[in-house]
Design a binder for this molecule. Structure first.
Ligand code: IPM
Ligand code: MG
Length: 358
């Protein structure tokens, strides 16, 4: 088969980690008999520099003509929150999620076997293992609600961000969570703040309705503040964690940290049709950009998710994951995951090692 992949290389370390990932994808193609066609898509701070806006017209259309989208990273201090919205890379990220209908964001956080001592938690906790799937609602809630900023007569400026959720939006993300739980350990933890927020009370009601449809899946409600605590106290208790956009943004960073390196964690964002978008969880790390220091593994593992979910090629996905695990088991480390005394290799060498293992 021939697959068409949109590449958003982006900013900072984005281009370097995408380069290594493309090598791995091509190696998989060679070995399993697929071909890939790449379509470069300009988006992020680099687009602002080139054409004045971070999300040039036609970006979504170009992506929609592809089977999947691979994104390196966008963002950087040069396009900060003081800049107009259309110049900021984050605006582009939110826009592409909305335009491609990518309402379900999957962020697996698992301890990789060779790196279990990278887990910052107590040894007894790490030994129980961590293997959870964060399912974050990605196109609703406060990140997409109406915003306003206005002058008050007596309290200075005031700003508001509206958090809204419809039953439809909650149900479709909830269903995804229950379906994924059926492929895993049959447990869903739904995170909300139902003791305070009306959106959370609606969220909870819809989740309870769904839970009744999936009697084979164990279900629990977890308040978001308690979830933040449980993630560092005993992350092994979680299988699938489903939550709204902002809670998921925050908790997925926390979950990634407890596995030891944010440089290892992939993600997938999907809607009801093609294409889905795959990207590492980490950002653009401008401080190490262009120095052959970045860890390409999260992006390479995102490509594994692409094979699994967009191309339905499980053996190819397994081959990539096994190649990464072998590289780590053989002791290859980029700087972010190296312990004192371990030999550090660069982005390109890590890419090569993983290709050799395919
Ligand atoms: C993420 C990021 C984005 C988000 C930002 C950069 C808009 O933090 O993907 O988690 O909040 O969704
Ligand atoms: Mg985030």
């Amino acid at each position: 088969m021939n697959y068409k992949i949109a590449l958003i290389r982006g900013d900072g370390i984005g281009p370097e980690i995408v380069n290594e990932t493309v090598k791995v994808i091509d190696k998989v193609g060679e070995k399993f008999g697929h071909t890939f066609e790449y379509v470069d898509v300009l988006m992020g701070g680099c687009a602002t520099d080139a054409v004045g806006v971070s999300y040039p017209a036609g970006t979504a259309e170009t992506c929609k003509a592809c089977d999947a989208v691979l994104l390196g990273a966008v963002g950087g201090p040069r396009w900060g929150s003081d800049k107009p919205a259309e110049q900021r890379p984050e605006t582009a990220l939110l826009a592409i999620r909305k335009d491609l209908g990518l309402y379900a964001n999957l962020r697996p956080a698992a301890l990789r076997p060779a790196l279990s001592d990278a887990c910052p938690l107590k040894k007894e906790t790490a030994e129980k293992g961590i293997d959870l799937l964060m399912v974050r609602e990605l196109t609703g809630g406060i990140y997409f609600g109406k915003r306003d900023k206005y002058q008050t007569p007596d309290r200075g400026m005031e700003a508001t961000d509206l958090m809204a959720y419809s039953e439809m939006e909650i149900e479709r993300i909830g269903r995804r969570a229950f379906e994924f739980a059926r492929l895993r350990r049959h447990k869903v933890s739904s995170v909300d703040k139902a003791n305070v927020l009306e959106t959370s009370r609606l969220w909870r009601a819809v989740m309870h309705r769904l839970a009744a449809e999936y009697p084979d899946v164990q279900y629990e409600d977890v308040l978001v503040d308690n979830c933040a605590m449980q993630l560092v106290r005993d992350p092994g208790q979680f299988d699938v964690v489903v939550t709204e956009n902002m809670f998921g943004d925050i908790l997925s960073d926390e979950a990634s940290m407890v596995t030891g390196s944010i440089g290892l964690l992939p993600s997938a964002s999907m809607g009801d049709g093609a294409p889905a978008l795959y990207e590492p969880i980490h950002g653009s790390a401008p401080d190490i950009a262009g120095q052959d220091k970045a860890n390409p593994i999260a992006t390479i593992l995102s490509a594994a998710m692409m094979f699994r979910y967009s191309f339905h090629l499980a053996a190819e996905a397994d081959a990539i994951e096994a190649a990464v695990d072998k590289a780590l088991a053989d002791g290859w480390r980029t700087a972010d995951i190296a312990k004192p005394g371990e030999t550090v290799i660069g982005t390109r060498r890590m890419g090569e090692v993983i290709c050799e293992n395919i």
